[in-house]
Design a protein around this ligand. Structure first.
Ligand code: ATP
Ligand code: MG
Length: 436
């Protein structure tokens, strides 16, 4: 250890010093109050340098800031100029030494102390000095006092200087904290503004959603009756055994289109957000196998137009009965088989199977030979208006993305569930589970 440092410590390791002179205590208190109110680092430097000089009666004082590995002489208050604005390496000046050792230094004659770079001090009035570290969690800087004559700074003077330096460290930390608080407040205001903006947008979105729903419902009401009229006419015409083949094909196309219009209108109505949760099934005893045959018959003309076939798979019990809303269940199956036909290849097949599972469940499975539903999109396709990307070609592009939303609502209103399963042969596999 530097012999001078040992001397410094020896001089300071006495009992805690009491303030003998009242006015130094008062001056220190004033300086501390000023420091803690200081708005910025520059003010702190000015207050600390002036107070250090006044407290010790020195001929000059300086406030030094640590700048990486350099000591920056930021501010001085002295009888003649010293080193204000200059930077020195920490290893070659006394302010660096006190910062590194976290300890005050007292130099009674600068010519004899090896820590002093004499060439820097020679042009100045300084002959003796005391320096204390400004230290918080890390060294922040130092405060030095200088005299024009060789003298030993008293323990009392060093204690006053160190108290001033400790108060300065608190003031510097306050500035950092204040900056953090100001930044946080600015960020909070930004967040508040963003939240208000978001709320406004949500409100506007909800308004437009309500308008959209109202329009959809109006459209659905307006479409339903004419579609029902066309369906009736087409069915009557198709019952005519003597209808020429060409006419039959035309009326079949009319039937398909009217059926699609009617189903879309009903889906629009039942999936409107004003009606969510209001779907109440009217339960009756129904024959599921007969219902499947009915669905196959309704969609048969559409399948035939693409050379497809709908196969009601053997294995289904000839009579599978359950309590359900026949109208809702028919529309669920129509939507699923319609999807299967649209996404399946021309000339392919769609398989529909109903099974009674362990009581009390009944399962209806609709399988196709199309591209299938990627695993990560299997939940998403039940969302309103959901359409899978890259499927915008041909027949698949006419949908509105409401069919499966309706299916889910209707099945869940029965206390059942609908899910997409892996189809071993490729293609999609939609499964409806209903309480029997
Ligand atoms: N069997 C299927 N094979 C492949 N993709 C399917 C199948 N069924 C549904 N999808 C995908 O899920 C999306 C949503 O189906 P959904 O039935 O809800 O709407 P849509 O058929 O597009 O329109 P619509 O409201 O007329 O039914 C479809 O657009 C399609 O991308
Ligand atoms: Mg559909």
């Amino acid at each position: 250890m530097n012999p001078n440092a040992a001397d410094d410590l020896a001089r300071l390791s006495g009992p805690v010093l009491s303030f003998r002179e009242n006015h130094s205590a008062e001056r220190l208190l004033c300086a501390l109050q000023e420091l803690w109110r200081a708005p910025d680092l520059q003010s702190i430097a000015r207050i600390a340098a002036r107070a250090a000089r006044e407290l010790t009666g020195a001929d000059g004082a300086s406030f030094v800031l640590r700048d990486g590995e350099l000591c920056h002489y930021v501010q001085e208050d002295a009888i003649s100029s010293l080193w204000q604005g200059r930077r020195f390496p920490m290893s070659s000046c006394l302010s660096g030494w006190v910062m590194q050792h976290r300890s005050p230094a007292v130099v009674d004659d600068i010519a004899l102390d090896p820590r002093i770079p004499s060439e820097v001090y020679r042009p100045t009035f300084v002959r003796s000095m005391a320096m204390v570290p400004v230290h918080a969690r890390a060294p922040l800087g130092a405060i030095g006092c200088y005299w024009g004559s060789a003298r030993v700074a008293t323990a009392h003077e060093v204690a006053l200087l160190q108290a001033l330096a400790d108060g300065t460290a608190v003031a510097m930390e306050n500035i950092v904290l204040r900056e953090c608080v100001e930044k946080a407040q600015a960020r909070m205001s930004e967040l508040d503004a963003a939240t208000r903006d978001l709320a406004e947008r949500c409100g506007a979105l909800a308004d437009s959603q309500r308008q959209n729903d109202a329009l959809n419902e109006l459209l659905a009401h307006d479409l339903r009756s004419p579609a029902a009229g066309i369906l009736l006419t087409a069915r009557v015409r198709l019952r005519d055994q003597d209808l020429p083949e060409r006419e039959r094909r035309r009326w079949s196309r009319v039937l398909c289109s009217a059926e699609l219009i009617q189903r879309t209108a009903m889906n629009l109505l039942d999936t409107s957000s004003r009606r969510l949760g209001t779907l109440v099934p009217r339960l009756e005893e129904i024959d599921l196998t007969a219902l499947l045959e009915e669905v196959a018959e309704i969609l048969e003309p559409f399948a035939a137009s693409r050379g497809q076939r709908i196969e009601l798979r053997p294995g289904a019990p000839r009579s599978c009965r359950l309590r359900a809303d026949g109208g809702l269940l028919r529309r669920v199956l129509q939507n699923l088989v319609d999807n299967a036909l649209r996404h399946g290849p021309a000339l392919g097949a769609v398989y529909v199977e109903a099974r009674r599972l362990d009581a009390p469940w009944v399962e209806v499975v609709v399988r196709d030979e199309g591209p299938g539903i990627p695993v990560h999109l299997r939940d998403h396709i039940f969302d309103r208006y959901a359409r899978l990307d890259g499927q915008d070609a041909g027949l698949s592009s006419v949908g509105r993305g409401l069919g499966l939303t309706f299916c889910k609502l209707a099945v869940e209103a029965h206390g059942g569930r609908i899910e997409v399963r892996d189809n071993e042969g490729g293609g999609s596999c939609f499964c409806v589970l209903l309480p029997a």
